[in-house]
Unconditional design. Structure first.
Length: 56
């Protein structure tokens, strides 16, 4: 697979999918989001659980 640009998006998609499966494939209601002026984070279960920072 060929990727270009500042982010390797497909690698991030694959990593997120593996994390979701490892957590038992939870329903979308198990996800939350925290947004501040500096960072946006999507998390699973609680803000301290598995998470991903989103580009601003």
């Amino acid at each position: 697979m060929h990727q270009s640009g500042p982010l390797r998006l497909w690698d991030q998609v694959e990593d997120a999918l593996l994390t979701w499966r490892a957590a038992g494939s939870p329903d979308q209601t198990a996800f939350g989001m925290t947004a501040t002026d500096d960072v946006q984070t999507v998390w699973l279960g609680t803000p301290d659980g598995p998470s991903r920072h989103l580009p601003l």
